[in-house]
Unconditional design. Structure first.
Length: 681
């Protein structure tokens, strides 16, 4: 007899697969709940479910019905009061944010479940958690409640524990049978476009591919010649099964034990071997992994990757096995017998993930383009009559983005596109590099022009992010007018500062000398043009000798997609002359007396491998502010605003949220330093 089954989180990949599995393998009626898509329609959900199914490992083997009607309904649209729901399937936070979605208190999920139990007759509740709710516990993990005596490894594990506790509490109060299914890491779940928080395995694979993208953008030949070394503790390794195995297993257990309550591990007998993973990854992506026991065997590129997969590190260092006796008793075939990517057909699974990831990155780039196209150009007149141009878009708190002189939006693209979702962004690039030499204002005049922009836009309070030479303008602005609640200075250029002359880089000295030469004799601009372009782009040689570049040299290169943009000031003789004037003027403008007067909480970010300005200067300068923090991004260059956008966005968002209590923390930071911020008022 057909039953009524409720699946929550159907707008998420795994929730969509659960719903599709019910529709494909039974005649049951399906109620759906999409807490994070409140405006969803049945037609939209059907399209979402079908696309998830087609992108999964089910897609080629199991056909869905031609139509879902009338079996598919939205819970919110159901006219029946006290309707009987035979089964409820809910997803934990690492599978889909349904019980404790982001920005919602943990009690929100519990309240929704209690409301469900009050309004409907529920037969049984099934909850999909994760085997790794065990946290840091090692050895044999049994099918029982998690032990709070063992700490969690990640926020995701903590959220899963809270979700399990909420569900069991709520079910017991309502006297409804419950089951907690704890699958291993799932292989074959579709990757959503532009994912915000992929699961552990997806996050690990996505981090590998994002890292490959970064290294390829600097030196395309490097990863063809060198493996990436990751540390692995003997006996450790993730437990992985295919998503179709997990779903089939869960439904077999659910059908075999109608009212049985308890915990069920859906796992393979042993951790999955990572050697086959490396082989399949190479076949699917061209990326070669090598597993080592000691981190001393890693080079700087490996060390940076190890930091980027820090959330996955616990699965590579903690030996554990999961008991699955109860789950196997309910399975027709007794559960999977082979770690899944050890099977010879592992390549297609990883190739499918690779293609999904490439599609998500392409969509993310399209989103950036669309966001930047929303910026509206505005103009006002400077004191000398010249036009001052800036761009505005978005709504919310005002965020002022101060660019380096002579640079366009390229370095800022990911950053601004992200903050346009939550801020009214005012982007400004100081004028003077392009155009007639008579319109080339000094640093002091630039600060005054920024004040004119703020006046025209009626800005009473704002947040500031400044890059490179924009740092001085931000400091001077706040010294004149303390309008900001928080300021971030990214790889700032602060010279001259007394006592810091020894920290001036070769790049700064050479550029200043060439600019002084051009200022003295304009005809020298054409002669130094090639040298200037080569210095800022640091284009590697195209000969086979480039394969011998050291890991540090590779990391220190700017991304290829930025090289034309950063060299733009040196494309024409006139722009070289204007830029030379700006550089010499900037190098003579000392803002050190202003630092003590800037009481706004400030975050100074440096790049460990920045060869344009020294990261150490940012650290020392941070000590001269009354309330400042310093963080150095591991393996980062002067262009970390673009190349390390994900990390930088995360740090800036946390800083903006609580600038007076913020502490810079991340495995991707090589150095941090914090000063106590005095209370406001």
């Amino acid at each position: 007899m057909p039953r009524t089954i409720l699946v929550t989180g159907v707008d998420k990949p795994l929730g969509g697969l659960l719903a599709a599995y019910v529709l494909a393998t039974s005649q049951d009626s399906l109620l759906c709940q999409a807490a994070e898509a409140p405006d969803a329609s049945v037609a939209w959900l059907e399209q979402r479910i079908r696309s998830n199914w087609a992108a999964s490992t089910f897609g080629s083997g199991t056909l869905l019905p031609e139509t879902f009607a009338p079996r598919l309904r939205l819970l919110e649209d159901s006219p029946r009061k006290n309707e009987r729901i035979d089964e409820v399937w809910s997803l934990g936070p690492t599978q889909a944010l349904t019980l404790a979605p982001r920005h919602e208190p943990q009690t929100g999920g519990l309240a929704r479940l209690r409301s469900l139990f009050r309004g409907h007759q529920v037969g049984v509740v099934n909850h999909v958690s994760t085997a790794y709710v065990a946290g840091s516990r090692q050895g044999l993990i049994r099918e029982e409640p998690f032990d709070e005596g063992y700490s969690v490894n990640t926020p995701g594990e903590a959220a899963e524990r809270a979700a399990e506790w909420e569900l069991v509490t709520c079910a017991q109060e309502a006297d409804v049978p419950w089951r907690i299914f704890r699958p291993a890491m799932l292989l074959g779940v579709p990757l959503p476009l532009a994912p915000s928080s992929p699961g552990a395995l997806q996050g690990f694979l996505a981090a590998l591919l994002r890292f490959k993208e970064l290294i390829d953008s600097k030196s395309p030949a490097y990863l063809e010649q060198h493996p990436l070394r990751l540390a692995l503790t003997p006996g450790a390794g993730p437990n992985v099964i295919r998503v179709e195995q997990a779903l089939e297993w869960m439904f077999q257990v659910a059908r075999a034990s109608t009212r049985e309550t308890g915990y069920f591990h859906l796992v393979t007998p042993e951790p999955s071997s990572l050697e086959p993973l490396g082989q399949h990854l190479r076949g699917a992506t061209g990326l070669t992994l090598k597993w080592v026991r000691a981190r001393a065997e890693q080079n700087p590129i490996d060390t940076l990757l190890q930091a980027r997969i820090a959330a996955f590190d616990c699965y590579l260092t903690q030996p554990r096995r999961f008991d699955s006796t109860r789950a196997c008793l309910g399975a027709v075939a007794g559960g999977p017998s082979l770690p899944d990517w050890e099977r010879p057909d592992g390549d297609p699974l990883l190739e499918a993930f690779h293609q999904q990831w490439l599609a998500s990155r392409q969509e993310a780039r399209h989103e950036v383009t669309r966001a930047l196209e929303s910026l509206v150009r505005r103009t006002l007149s400077a004191d000398d009559g010249a036009p001052i141009e800036y761009q505005v878009a978005g709504s919310g708190p005002v965020l002022i983005c101060i660019n380096a002189m002579g640079q366009n939006l390229s370095v800022w693209s990911w950053f601004i596109a992200h903050f346009l979702k939550s801020h009214r962004v005012i982007y400004w690039s100081p004028r003077g590099t392009y155009g007639p030499p008579s319109h080339c204002p000094t640093v002091g005049a630039q600060s005054a022009e920024l004040e004119l922009i703020l006046k025209q836009e009626d800005v009473q309070q704002c947040r500031i992010v400044a890059w490179c030479s924009g740092a001085k303008i931000g400091i001077e602005l706040l010294n004149r007018r303390p309008i900001a609640s928080a300021m971030v200075l990214v790889t700032g250029a602060y010279a001259p500062m007394k006592g810091l002359e020894h920290l001036e880089t070769t790049f700064q000295r050479t550029l200043r000398q060439m600019c002084q030469l051009v200022n003295q004799r304009k005809e020298q601009a054409a002669l130094v043009k090639t040298a200037m372009v080569s210095m800022v782009t640091r284009d590697p040689p195209t000969t086979s000798g480039s394969l011998q570049a050291s890991p540090v040299d590779v990391l220190a290169l700017p991304s290829r997609e930025l090289r034309a943009a950063v060299a733009e000031p040196f494309a024409q003789v006139q722009s070289i002359c204007n830029y030379s004037f700006q550089v010499v003027d900037y190098a003579s403008h000392d803002v050190s007396p202003m630092l003590k007067g800037v009481t706004t909480p400030t975050l100074l970010l440096g790049g460990e491998l920045d060869q344009v300005v020294s990261s150490e200067v940012s650290r020392v300068v941070s000590e001269r502010f009354p309330a400042a923090h310093f963080a150095e991004l591991r393996g980062a260059t002067h262009y970390c605003l673009y190349e390390n956008a994900e990390l930088l966005i995360e740090l800036v968002e946390r800083f903006f949220e609580s600038p007076r209590t913020f502490r810079p923390e991340s495995p991707e930071l090589s150095r941090v330093q914090s000063a106590a911020c005095p209370p406001q008022g």
